[in-house]
Structure formats: C-alpha cells, structure tokens
Design a protein. Structure first.
Length: 583
C-alpha cells in the first residue's frame, strides 16, 4: 500500500462534538474515522445537564433510550437549592429544568423528549459505541499533528501514541472537535473574540453518601453561599450531583489574579467538608483539578474543507449547562450538510451555512453562560454580604436576612427576586431549544418572523416560520402515536401538508427523483396514515391545509408556503435547489 489511509470525513476528538459528529455521519452512511488523543473517552464527569433539544437530536439518532437508561431522570433534577452549607440553613429553593408545575407544561408541550442528567463519562461511550457499530473507524491514542488542504481534500498527519508511528489520513473533509485548546482551530486561524482564563475554578470529585441531606429536595445543583463563595468559580460554591446521591462534584472558585491555590487531598477534603457542612464527613476523593473560566467564541467556523465544532468554537463556564449540548447541536447542523455535499446532492456552498447559522449561536451561548455566573451577584447583594471583607464579617452579615426589621423585610423581598431571576439559567427553555437560523439554507416565505409574545430566553417561540425549529405535535393513528420530529427523519428532507395539499406530495416524489435527494411527504389528515389526532398540528402549523412546510434534516424549517401554488413541483424544486446550493 501507499501507507495513506483514506476516508470521507476525519473527526479529531471523541468528546460530545466529535463522537456525535461520527454518529450522525455514520447514520447518513458517510465513511468516517474518529481519532482521539487518549486511550478512552472523558475521564471526569464534566457536562451533565442534557436539554430537550439535545435529547431530540439523540432520539433522532436512535440512542435516546440508551441515554435515558443510564441518566438520572428528569423528576430528580430540579429542586435547585441555595444554602449556607448542605447541612446548614437553607436560603431558598426553586424548581428548575422544567420541574415546576407551570413550566413542566411548557416543556411537555414543546417536545417529545424531556431533559435528563447524564455525566459525560457515561454519554460519550454511548455515542462512541453506536458510531462504531454503524461504521465509524475509531482510533484511540491517536493524536492530530497537522494538516494541509488542496482542492480535493485534506491530508492529515497523525501520531499513533502507542507505537510512535506517524502516518497520513487523507479525507475529503476534516472536523476539529478537539476541545477548548483546539489545535485544528489554531491551525486554520479561526478568528476568535473574547478572553480566556478570566476566572479561577477548581473541580473536586468525590464519593460520599449525602442521601439524608438531599433526598427530600432532589436536585442536580446545590449552591453554597459561605465565605469565599463570591470569588471566581461559577458565581457561588456548587455541589453537583454526579450519581444520586453518593457521587458528587464540587466547583469552588479562587482569585485568578493571585497565586494559584495549593490543591492536594487534604485541602480537597477540607473544602468538601466546609461546603457540605459536616466536619467529619466520610469522603473518598476521586480527583481534583484547577481550571480557568473562559469567555471566548469563534466568529467563523470553517476554512475550506476544515470545520471546527464544540468547545473549539465556544469556550465558557459550565453555568447553564450549555457546553456539551451546544457541541452536539453544532455537529447535528454540520453533519447533514457534509453528507449532502459528499453524496453529490448539494453544492459546496451549503457548507458555508454552517458558519452563518452556528457562529451566532456560539457567541450567544458564551455570553449567556457567563451572564449566568454574573447573575449570582444580586443574590450576594440581597444577602448583604457582597462587601464583606473577612470571613467573620461574611458569616455575620449572612444573618441579616433573618432580622425582624423593615430592612430585614426588604432584604427578604430582594432575595426572593434574585433567586427567581435565576430562571434565566435554570428554566430557560428559549435558550435551550429556541435557536433560529438565517442563511441561504433557509428560504423566506415572504413574511416577517412573528413578533415574540414572551421572553425569548425563558420561552421558545412555537412557529413554523422558516429558520425556526419544527414545532413538536403528537400525531398518529389508531395503532400508533409519534411526534412530528419522529416522522421527519434526520437522514433527509420532509414536507408536511394536508389532504387538500396532496398535490405537494406528488410533486415531492418527482422532485426527489430528479434531484436525487431524500424527500419524504407526510400528508396529515382523516383516513390517512398520519392523523392530527389531538388537533395540535392544526393549532401550530400557521398555514392553510393545502399549504406546505419543508423541514430540513436537522428539523429546522427550510421553507413554507401558506397555500397551494399553481405549480408545486417547480416551487419545491426551486426551493430545494436554493437550500442545497445546486446551480
Ligand atoms: P471535549 O473537550 O469534550 O473533547 C475534545 C476531544 O478532543 C477529546 O476527545 C480529546 O481527546 C481530543 N483531542 C484534543 N486534542 C487532540 C489532538 N491533538 N489529537 C487528537 N485528539 C485530540 N461542562 C458542563 O456543562 N458542566 C460541567 O460540570 C463541566 N465540567 C467540565 C470539567 C472539565 C475538567 C472540563 C475539561 C470540561 C468541563 N465542562 C463542563 C465542559 C464540557 O465538558 C465541554 O463543553 C464539552 O466537553 C465540549 O465538548 P467537545 O467535544 O467540544 O470537546
């Protein structure tokens, strides 16, 4: 042989961005190789809160049930607690992640998939395993070194870290999903805005049975307000559930402008016992590390045949749980476009829409995650501890909220308002599933996006306006029930129409044939295979029965027509050609 390995797509990294990209590409039948530097996947729990949009994506990829089997379920996620220490006095509680009864309805109405909590150590192996079963060549202990690209492909130099052997992988496209210190992003000189290392944090993972302190207020996050909790870190001290209720991760801050703290086993135990509030707590330390908070995003995500996804393009603190979620959603956006181009169904210009659509998301979620950290300040202000200098002063002032005085009463009102305002981090369904795309892969229906009637961060806009996510509605027939998201398969395009719109379905079959694209037609109506059993679709579709909604493989609306047109075949063909950048 030539010593050169060839594939269609080479993915660097097996984290959430990389492993999901390989899974999605394998689902599309695209040959791909995924390399990763280490002998296995993530070795610390890292990201965990998995939002509805990600669960929809994983459902589409056929692994939602496997994820739920290992996840902490939705009902245990949500009594977010604010306290002086876990065993100490409580400051307040707020049901979160859609567990508060009024918000639960919003979450259930928006999606067939509810949020869950799965540590990265468990999620990555599920994605890697399924990718490998479906065709991905996984190469562990293999490091990306460098690449060169030309008109036909990318030649990537890699190192087998076991044998010391260097070799070349020749791919049509390269995805750098190699994390916050991405070498691929550096090698293609992606333009970045914002700053790295703006705050100091430490993670301590440990085992301890905390059941008696938490089972009556089940949550994944317990926030601690005690001396030092307002320095660095995530905005307050954090005890995070990894596995209920015996495995945990503490996030504690330090001043990044001072000497880095000495973190050893004894210090880790001291911090744990302090935050838990049990002086002789029995703990088993699993690990600890220092890390820096970042607020940085890429403004362009591609150079020629090389793309970056995940933390390589958005670097931010874990507040709000956006890291892994956004990384998987990046890959979901990119994978169908690469597949369409590789299969010859789309022009290469389609690939530019990855940047157009995802770079604004990267910026938005980096800012949002950092704002979520900053939003702890009003809580410290309400408690009256913001300016406390010594630990003793902090502890004394923490008692002010209990005073029988007008000031005490004002403090209590301000405190509740500050705690409720954390909904922007913890009940922010709009941020989680409300992404909106504007690019050449979205074709206007000639109208304006409907005005928002609710806060766009807290609530998502249910609409079929082109660029928005397909609204979820339960459909089915006497024998089955499924979501609009279940019948619009991620491997192709789908149109939705009604009985008087049947001409769209005939047109779609001819267009699919002619363009060689997968285009499924769903005619919703009485006596048809797919019925609008609850009337949910009628209430959400925003078009006449004989209109049409075109859904892209990533379940965003590509186009819609409000009613039947003279020549549906020409109309559909023109729109698909525009979306797919076909001349
Ligand atoms: P990710 O960093 O997961 O993966 C990068 C991949 O690239 C790895 O597989 C690595 O081996 C590989 N790689 C890197 N360089 C390479 C090279 N030269 N050659 C080959 N492979 C290479 N988020 C959150 O929401 N809550 C949390 O509590 C935490 N906690 C946390 C702790 C720690 C220690 C870290 C590092 C991160 C977190 N995060 C987090 C962030 C979260 O983990 C992060 O957003 C996602 O993992 C990003 O996924 P990616 O796939 O983009 O990168």
């Amino acid at each position: 042989g030539t010593g050169i390995v060839t594939t269609d797509v080479l993915i660097v990294g097996s984290g959430p961005a990389g492993s999901s990209a390989s899974l999605f590409l394998s689902n599309q039948g695209i040959p791909n190789i995924m390399i990763t530097k280490y002998r296995w996947t993530a070795n610390t729990p890292r990201a965990h809160i998995t939002n509805q949009r990600t669960m929809e994506v994983l459902r589409d990829a056929g692994i939602e049930d496997q994820v739920l089997a290992e996840a902490t379920p939705h009902e245990l996620m949500g009594d977010t607690v604010y306290c002086e220490s876990l065993a100490g006095e409580e400051i307040g509680r707020r049901p979160t992640w859609g567990t508060r009864p009024d918000r639960r309805a919003d979450y259930e109405l928006a999606s067939a998939s509810m949020p869950c909590d799965i540590p990265q150590t468990l999620l990555e192996p599920i994605m890697v395993k399924n990718a490998a079963m479906r065709g991905t060549q996984v190469q562990f202990s293999t490091e990306y070194l460098s690449h060169t690209q030309d008109a036909d492909g990318v030649s990537v130099q890699v190192l087998n870290r076991l044998t010391g052997h260097e070799y070349t992988i020749r791919a049509k496209y390269l995805i750098g999903a190699d994390g916050a210190r991405s070498k691929v992003a550096a090698d293609i000189d992606l333009p970045m805005e914002g700053l790295m290392d703006i705050g100091g944090s430490m993670n301590i993972t440990f085992k301890a049975d905390l059941t008696p302190l938490v089972q009556h207020r089940p949550s994944v996050l317990y926030w601690v307000f005690n001396p030092g909790s307002n320095i660095g870190g995530l905005g307050a001290g954090l005890i995070r559930m990894v596995r209920p209720w015996n495995e945990w991760l503490i996030c504690w801050g330090f001043d990044i402008n001072g000497e880095p703290p000495v973190l050893d086993k004894d210090e880790a135990i001291r911090i744990i016992r302090n935050l838990v509030g049990v002086a002789d707590l029995d703990v088993e330390i699993l690990g600890y590390s220092l890390w820096g908070n970042n607020e940085q995003w890429a403004t362009h995500l591609q150079k020629g045949r090389v793309f970056c996804a995940g933390d390589a393009i958005h670097k931010h603190p874990p507040s709000h749980g956006l890291g892994s979620n956004t990384s998987i959603q990046d890959s979901y956006n990119l994978a169908w476009k690469l597949a369409a181009v590789i299969k010859g169904q789309a022009g290469p210009e389609l690939l530019e829409t990855y940047s157009t659509e995802r770079a604004p998301v990267a910026k938005q979620i980096v800012n949002r995650a950092n704002q979520s950290s900053r939003d702890y300040k009003p809580i410290f202000d309400a408690l009256g501890v913001t300016d406390a200098i010594t630990d003793q002063e902090f502890t004394e002032k923490l008692q002010l909220r209990k005073e029988n005085s007008p000031e005490g009463a004002n403090r209590r009102t301000a405190l509740r308002a500050a705690l409720d305002a954390k909904d922007y981090e913890f009940n922010a369904q709009g941020t989680e599933i409300g992404q909106f795309y504007e690019s050449t892969a979205v074709v206007s229906d000639g109208g304006e996006r409907p005005a928002l009637t609710e806060d766009e961060l807290l609530h998502h806009q249910k609409s079929t306006f082109p660029g928005l996510r397909l609204p979820h509605a339960w459909l089915g027939n006497a024998k089955s029930k499924y979501s609009t998201h279940d019948i619009a398969k991620g491997t192709g395009f789908t149109i939705f129409t009604g009985i008087t719109g049947e001409a769209w379905a005939d047109a779609a079959a001819r267009v699919a044939d002619r363009l060689g694209v997968e285009l499924k037609a769903v005619v919703i109506g009485e006596g048809r295979e797919v019925q609008d059993l609850y009337g949910d679709w009628l209430r959400q579709r925003e078009i006449e029965e004989d209109g049409v909604i075109l859904v892209r493989p990533d379940k965003h609306i590509g186009w819609r027509a409000h009613a039947m047109v003279q020549d549906p075949e020409t109309a559909l063909s023109a729109v698909l050609s525009e979306i797919l950048s076909i001349d």
